[in-house]
Ligand binder design. Structure first.
Ligand SMILES: C[S@@+](CC[C@H](N)C(=O)[O-])C[C@H]1O[C@@H](n2cnc3c(N)ncnc32)[C@H](O)[C@@H]1O
Length: 162
């Protein structure tokens, strides 16, 4: 009964996500390794995921000792993130704001993750360059920034430095 309720509520929230400028598409498992390698996280550093989905990048970052911060609009995905973090014993290293990612605080970030549609990448590029501090490592999944040159690229994962 509880499982059925979970599936129905989940379906409702996935439907809600389809209509967003930035719908939910999770990073493929095999890309997480490249993303975390590019991030070069040192314990205590702050990582921000802009639209954190089910939290898989936050959890991988927290496991490396980061303070992982996500901005996510979908409460169902936030719930999944928090349960997953608790199960992994990483809940104290991770925070998810139910808030608009375009209002996120990037000044605190050492590392930023971006996964957007092609048509949103100019907006992401401008947002990151205007708000992140110099030296911040930015890892972009799938669609690169339109006018910045990546330092590295592998499996359609791009590394930039602000
Ligand atoms: C492409 S998914 C990326 C998920 C995750 N970062 C990953 O790599 O697996 C984008 C996420 O952004 C969320 N989202 C869309 N618009 C948002 C907004 N304005 N503010 C916060 N989150 C948003 C969606 O719900 C979705 O989970």
């Amino acid at each position: 009964m509880l499982l059925l309720l979970f599936i129905i509520v989940g379906f409702f929230f996935f439907l809600f996500d389809i209509f967003l400028e930035l719908p939910y598409v999770a990073t493929k498992r095999h890309k997480i390794e490249t993303i975390i390698k590019f991030a070069q996280i040192k314990p205590g550093q702050t990582v921000v995921d802009l639209g954190s989905g089910d939290g898989r990048l936050l959890i991988a970052s927290a496991a490396k000792g980061a303070n992982a911060i996500g901005y996510e609009i979908n409460p169902f995905l936030i719930g999944i993130t928090l349960v997953h973090a608790k199960i992994k014993g990483l809940a104290d290293h991770l925070k998810v704001y139910k808030s608009n990612l375009w209002k996120s605080d990037l000044a605190v970030a050492d590392v930023v993750f971006v996964y957007g549609r092609k048509k949103t990448m100019q907006k992401f590029q401008d947002f990151v360059w205007q708000n992140a501090k110099k030296g911040t490592r930015v890892i972009v999944n799938t669609n690169p920034f339109p006018t910045k040159k990546p330092i590295k690229e592998k499996n359609a994962v791009y590394l930039y430095k602000v």
